[in-house]
Design a protein around this ligand. Structure first.
Ligand SMILES: [Zn+2]
Length: 260
């Protein structure tokens, strides 16, 4: 992947529609330029053997129709494929297929649609869609998170357990629990891997990442859970409240507000 550090790409065109993908991959020449703009392929390369600059030349005999050749005068002769040293090194699909699949996944199109459009097999598509999800995981687990939430903000909490990853390049352990929160109406999130799911562990994570969680937990947690169980659609919230007051009257005696 060393070559990727040398990538200097102009800012790529914003891909908005499927037509943009068609336009940018209509032939190999265009597709290579597209991938260079996206930073997937480097614009410059230096020879691994002698350090001289390399030149991209046409080679019809190759699948990708181009290759990199060392320009050294000492007849170094080193040759690279377009894909070598990039994340596409081992990919078998054409640039057009790859771009189409990336578009389909990023726009939440069904795998079957991507199969029809790209001509790749359903099994291949499962791998590529999983690969895209793995990218999300790698990105998110390598980020640093700040506190989210705070006054007037709603934080939704969820958890997940890692399975065995096919493209495991990160440092996640198999079977690791991950705990996450999303601040509603914003793009703020946090993720934290935890050793277990005990109340203490989860509260520890919440206190670290969610602003004002202690108060929230005490004040609203039970209200939230009660509403989830008894008054999800709100229609009978009043009746449920009344019913529960009556049912637990003895326990509530000392808690009844007396100011007024
Ligand atoms: Zn060379």
């Amino acid at each position: 992947m060393e070559e990727n550090k040398e990538t200097v790409s102009s800012s790529p065109m914003l891909v908005k529609t499927y037509g943009d993908i068609y336009f940018n991959t209509q032939d190999t020449e265009q597709a290579v330029r597209f991938f260079e703009e996206l930073g997937i392929f480097p614009l410059l390369r230096y020879c691994k053997k002698c350090g001289s600059s390399m030149r991209k030349t046409n080679d019809k005999s190759r699948k990708d129709k181009k290759k990199w050749v060392c320009t050294s005068m000492t007849a170094c002769g080193h040759v690279n494929t377009l894909r070598s040293g990039t994340w596409l090194e081992k990919a078998k699909l054409s640039f057009e297929q790859i771009a189409k699949i990336m578009f389909c996944w990023s726009h939440k199109l069904p795998q079957q649609f991507a199969v029809n459009e790209s001509g790749a097999s359903a099994r291949t598509m499962v791998d590529w869609y999983n690969f895209c999800r793995d990218i999300c995981e790698v990105v998110l687990m390598n980020q640093e998170y700040k506190k989210i939430g705070g006054e007037g903000k709603i934080v939704e909490i969820d958890e997940s357990k890692f399975g065995k990853r096919k493209y495991n390049k990160g440092k996640k352990v198999e079977g690791q629990w991950v705990f996450g929160g999303v601040e509603r109406d914003s793009d703020k999130i946090f993720l934290a891997s935890v050793p277990n799911r005990t109340k203490e562990t989860l509260m520890g994570v919440l206190e670290e990442y969610v602003d004002g969680i202690k108060d929230l937990y005490n004040t609203y947690f039970f209200e939230y859970m009660w509403r989830r169980q008894f008054a999800r659609d709100n229609n009978d919230a009043f009746n449920k409240l009344a019913e529960h007051i009556v049912l637990y009257a003895k326990d509530l005696e000392e808690m009844t507000p007396t100011q007024g």
